[in-house]
Ligand binder design. Structure first.
Ligand code: BGC
Length: 734
């Protein structure tokens, strides 16, 4: 195997030099340094001239489930892909979805997208990207099918857990460093799913109708930032349609916006089996077709495309352009370069990154009478209750997961940290139960909401006699899954009954909810003194949770989405615009997605966007802004003194929202425009500086098809969440 790889590299090196004989090792070394100074584009063109039409076509489609074609004759290797957002997926057979069954393809389980979003920490996003890509390299991958950055339009979307947020600004801030982190490891990020893909219901066909303003302001900014600032090497076209054409043949989004306006020179890869037509996809922006509808040589971009070129339905120059993009990505990830990074997998450093993300992601929603952190000096026993206390989340449901080398459960995390010092008593409390039907399916099953009295009794019995009760409940990877949306946002498996019964006997009950999306927690909120919101939180999830409960980690996560009181309050549902009919869905809420809707319509959520408590308290001094009048090209420099006036080191996310005081067009009552996560020791005070380019206050004016900054007054609202505003400044844009 090693010999074969070396032989291939030698051949490719020969190709790059334009020679026909294989060079010696010293020559290769020389070529490596020369290669940097040569014009790669010219060399790509010379490679393209050497390719037959058949060889070019072979580069444009899957040749395995997670491989696309190479050209053996010239030593151009296949591209190797791996999912995905939760870590590097186990090896899958070339011609089926069956795992290879290897024993050496386990990997680190990285916290899900929502967890990363909840850290509000772009630096961590970079480290996450680096670490996951190192694992991809160690498994010899070229393209990581991540990050997934679709906007959370509805709480019901089955894939919310993979995505980061409902807010376009937070999305963009988190995705750029992620892409940089990945690509610095000689792996291409594949930002997915481009672009207006926000539900799983009818995902293979539904036509999304959204206004130009909504897509520009809400759905595209994350992708635009990933491409223009992040320089992402690849993008994945989504399954659904947008304004009447499939997203893998959408001339407007792929050719005009992505490749035209944004100057994207990487590759557009189809989602798996998302292509419908050879000629349309070829013309309208797709570069590589991936999928699972075998045989591979019958893919739309295989023999049928070859025939279409031969018949003159597709110009060969268009094929050349796609090949050029592919070779450019190969060059960028150095897959023909001996000096390529080799990566590393399952390392202590990666566990450390995962622990950091997991710890900073946990959101403390409620902490009445300071039940948390658990005061160990007064504790002899803790009742740990709930199926999720012993569950793992790396795998499950439909779609990409990770064969985790390890995953610390909540119970194990507490055991790891407490050892024998405290007696831990476990009771299951509730169990995963589904109504009859779809027995052989691990996702999309109808949830059974009836409680199990025997399990509740057992839990109550241990809770009554313990100093604390920790209930670990919430969701799992079957309840939230790719390919299906949830039917409602009820907490599954009658968890409320369990929680009420336990709280009734133990006032020191902490409810931990493991989730990837919003749930209706009204009943829990009424009774539970402490609520901790956590995620499918990676290999170190249990350790991070234990440290947070015990006060070694001071919670600093902030909700990356709004938690509505009830589903009908959230925009797509209030507008009865989800999931659409069998053919189309209209985004009637338009730009008012997430908190933009709740704030503008004055609807109180149960916990708002950007919310999260700490064990310490922060004082926000009056904000400073040297100037108060600006023109469109200026940058607003905004600062404030932030002080940790509590007794524990901790982090606050200073959030800056902007409100147009007298909008001339419909605008959200506030929009996030800057934030910074600030770590402070007890008593420490720091000046926090935030820069807001006035251009970022623009809205997309459809009448002129441009971003326009309206003149007038704007309020800069600065606070600890979207609704906890601690100071404001009025400015004027002339
Ligand atoms: C998903 C993609 C994923 C691909 C390969 C598709 O069903 O939508 O996100 O990368 O499968 O597993």
């Amino acid at each position: 195997m090693v010999k074969l790889r070396l032989a291939i590299k030698v051949l490719v090196a020969a190709l790059l030099l334009g020679s026909c004989t294989a060079p010696s090792k010293t020559e290769i070394r020389k070529q490596e340094s020369v290669s940097l100074s040569l014009n790669w584009d010219t060399r790509i063109d010379s490679i393209i001239q050497k390719l037959t039409l058949e060889e070019k076509i072979n580069l444009l489609h899957g040749t395995g489930m997670f491989w696309s074609g190479g050209v053996e004759r010239l030593g151009i290797p296949e591209l190797q892909y791996a999912d995905g957002p939760l870590g590097v997926r186990e090896e899958i057979e070339r011609s089926s979805w069956m795992p290879m069954g290897w024993t050496n393809d386990s990997a680190t389980f990285f916290p899900a997208g929502t967890a990363l979003g909840a850290t509000w920490n772009p630096e961590l996003s970079k480290r996450y990207g680096e670490a996951i890509a190192q694992e991809a390299r160690a498994r010899n991958k070229d393209i990581l099918l991540a990050p997934a950055i679709n906007i959370m339009r509805t709480p019901l979307c089955g894939r919310n857990y993979e995505y980061m947020t409902e807010d376009p600004f937070l999305n963009a801030q988190m995705v750029v460093p992620y892409v940089h982190g990945v690509q610095e490891q000689d792996v291409a990020a594949c930002v997915k799913h481009f672009a207006i893909n926000n539900q799983e219901t009818n995902r293979g066909s539904v036509d999304v109708l959204a206004s130009e303003r909504a897509i520009r302001e809400i759905y595209l900014p994350g992708f635009q930032a990933a491409v223009m600032e992040g320089q992402a090497f690849s993008v994945m076209g989504a399954y659904n349609q947008f304004r009447g054409s499939y997203l893998c043949e959408n001339d407007y989004l792929l050719n005009k916006v992505l490749k035209g306006e944004w100057g994207f020179n990487g590759i557009v890869i189809s989602d798996w089996a998302a292509v419908h037509n050879s000629v349309n996809s070829a013309k309208y922006g797709l570069d590589i077709e991936m999928g699972s509808n075998l045989p591979f040589d019958q893919f739309y971009f295989a023999n049928p495309l070859l025939e279409a070129v031969k018949k003159g339905e597709v110009e060969e120059s268009l094929i050349d352009e796609k090949v050029k993009r592919i070779l450019r990505v190969m060059y960028n990830v150095k897959n023909m370069d001996l000096a390529r990074k080799k990566g590393s997998i399952n390392t202590a450093e990666h566990s450390e990154v995962v622990y950091k993300v997991a710890s900073e992601a946990i959101v403390l929603l409620k902490n009445k009478e300071r039940v948390l952190p658990v005061d160990l000096s007064k504790v002899k026993s803790i009742a740990v209750i709930g199926d999720n206390a012993t569950s793992t989340f790396a795998l499950g449901g439909f779609g990409a997961g990770v064969k985790a080398r390890y995953e610390v459960t909540a119970l194990q995390g507490l055991k790891n940290r407490l050892g024998d010092a405290v007696e831990l008593r476990y009771a299951q409390g509730y169990c995963e139960k589904y109504l009859p039907g779809k027995e052989n399916q691990s996702f999309g099953r109808d949830i059974d909401y009836t409680a199990d009295p025997a399990l509740i009794k057992e839990a109550v019995d241990i809770a009554r006699t313990s100093d604390y009760a920790v209930i670990v409940a919430g969701s799992n990877r079957s309840v939230e899954s790719e390919s299906v949306d949830r039917k409602d946002i009820r907490l599954p498996f009658a968890q409320e009954e369990l929680i009420k019964a336990v709280v009734a006997v133990n006032p020191k009950t902490i409810v931990v909810l493991v989730t990837g999306a919003p749930y209706d927690i009204r009943e829990v909120d009424q009774v539970a003194p402490a609520i901790v919101w956590t995620w499918f939180n990676g290999s170190e999830g249990g350790n991070a949770l234990a440290d947070m409960l015990l006060g070694k980690v001071n919670p600093s996560g902030k909700l990356p989405f709004t938690l509505p009181e009830k589903l009908e309050d959230s925009p797509a549902h209030a507008m009865k615009a989800f999931p659409g009919d069998d053919t189309k869905v209209e985004y009637l809420e338009d730009i008012l997605v997430g908190y933009r809707w709740f704030d503008t319509k004055n609807i109180d959520p149960i916990y708002c966007f950007g919310y999260g408590l700490s064990y310490t308290t922060f004082d926000f001094a009056k904000p400073e802004c040297a100037e108060t009048e600006f023109t469109a090209n200026d940058t607003i420099h905004f600062s404030l003194q932030l002080t940790n006036n509590g007794k524990m080191a901790g982090a606050e996310v200073v959030q800056l929202y902007v409100q147009d005081v007298q909008p001339k067009v419909t605008k959200a009552s506030k929009e996030l425009k800057a934030f910074q996560k600030v770590f402070l020791q007890p008593g420490e005070s720091r000046k926090v500086e935030l820069d807001i380019p006035v251009s970022s206050l623009a809205y997309f004016d459809e009448s002129v098809n441009q971003w326009v900054v309206s003149s007038g007054q704007y309020k800069l609202l600065m606070g600890s969440s979207s609704r906890d505003i601690r100071g404001e400044k009025l400015i004027t844009v002339k």
